[in-house]
Design a protein around this ligand. Structure first.
Ligand code: COA
Ligand code: MG
Length: 326
């Protein structure tokens, strides 16, 4: 290990994170009754400019009146380049003191963006005498944000998670796509001809670099990396594939932009009973190996070593958290 210790942030379940536009009041109660780990109340891009003020008031009322059933509640404020953001923070924090858990900062571009919001939130918390400390989630969804991702991740002690905002990122980088998440048929490789003269085309994952970069920056600062939206909410199989590949890279959860995506995300980012059983077998085998003074052994014809213990523990800790039998 490095002499530099990465301290983990406040631990929260974050398998699914449901987007709820504050302009649609009928969605609040439904979101509260659902099974999303985190709900983000949106004042930003799902709310039309003429509706911003009404949405802000709806948000304050919902935070005060609705029983959110212990869920983690976040507020997506407008961008720092707008004239709405300061009032989003001031009105919601003063109007519903102590109700929010997190603030989601969209289009985070530099560490100074986070510093600015931290200053505002710190003053309001002091003035309203609220002892609960709000955490920050940053959406990485611009070229500038991706360029400065490491500084953004380390910009505040309030930071808890990084999120990959695929649609704005595509727009910012001028990627030739209008999909919200998902693969693209033109991002692939064509093999050379084989012995039969055939060529095969394989699709690649156009978002691989961005998500991997985010996972590294997040984990190096002890934060949770979270994959963003998948727009085609009628395609459960497509969502599952995207969520699986994000989980394999190290993401801890994914957004749900529709209730149908919540259970899928909870399933993909929670451990399965098979994974739990395998992790336990790995731990048992490693304990036996340690008793014999061995550092690496074979299990089912495959190498396992000290790193396998850590991998298995990550999985079993999550299972315990979810109250699953381990
Ligand atoms: N939270 C809670 N409930 C939701 C919901 C949400 N985000 N989206 C839909 N629902 C509810 C609907 O009210 C409906 O409830 P009902 O069965 O009681 O009538 C049910 O889930 C099925 O919804 P459906 O009719 O299929 O969807 P819709 O046409 O009402 O809405 C969207 C579709 C995409 C517009 C809506 O899901 C939405 O606004 N999602 C969030 C988008 C967003 O915030 N994007 C920004 C981040 S990328
Ligand atoms: Mg966005």
């Amino acid at each position: 290990m490095s002499f530099t210790i990465v301290e983990p942030v406040t631990s929260r379940l974050n398998r699914s994170e449901l987007a709820v536009p504050c302009s649609r009041t009928e969605l609040f109660e439904k979101a509260a009754k659902g099974s999303a780990d985190v709900i983000f109340l949106d004042l930003e891009d799902a709310v039309a400019p003429d509706d911003k003020e009404r949405a802000r008031k709806n948000c304050v009322q919902a935070l005060n009146d609705i029983d959110w059933r212990g869920k983690t509640i976040s507020l997506r404020v407008n961008g720092l380049d707008t004239h709405w953001m300061y009032r989003d923070v001031v009105d919601v924090l003063e109007g519903a003191p102590g109700k929010l858990d997190l603030i989601m900062i969209p289009k985070a571009g530099t560490a100074a963006d986070i510093y600015a919001v931290d200053m505002l939130v710190t003053q309001i918390e002091a003035a309203t005498k609220v002892s609960k400390r709000i955490g920050f989630e940053m959406i990485i969804e611009t070229a500038l944000g991706m360029q400065n991702i490491d500084a953004i991740a380390g910009a505040s002690k309030r930071n808890e998670s990084l999120h990959f905002g695929v649609a704005d990122y595509a727009a910012s980088t001028k990627a030739k796509t209008v999909n919200i998440g998902g693969p693209h048929p033109q991002y692939g490789v064509l093999t050379d001809t084989d012995a039969e003269g055939k060529r095969t085309y394989f699709w690649g994952d156009v978002w691989h670099y961005a998500i991997s970069r985010m996972v590294v920056a997040a984990r190096a600062h002890g934060l949770r990396p979270i994959d963003g939206p998948f727009g085609d909410f009628s395609d459960a199989e497509g969502f599952r594939a995207q969520a699986n590949r994000a989980a394999v890279l190290g993401c801890e959860g994914k957004w749900a932009i529709h209730p149908s995506q919540i259970a899928l995300a909870n399933e993909v980012f929670g451990p399965s009973t098979e994974e739990i059983a395998k992790a336990k077998r790995i731990l048992d085998a490693m304990l036996a190996a340690q008793r014999e003074g061995k550092g690496a052994v074979a299990l089912d014809g495959k190498l396992i070593d000290n790193a396998s213990i850590k991998q298995a523990e990550v999985l079993l800790n999550m299972a315990k958290r979810l109250g699953m039998a381990v």
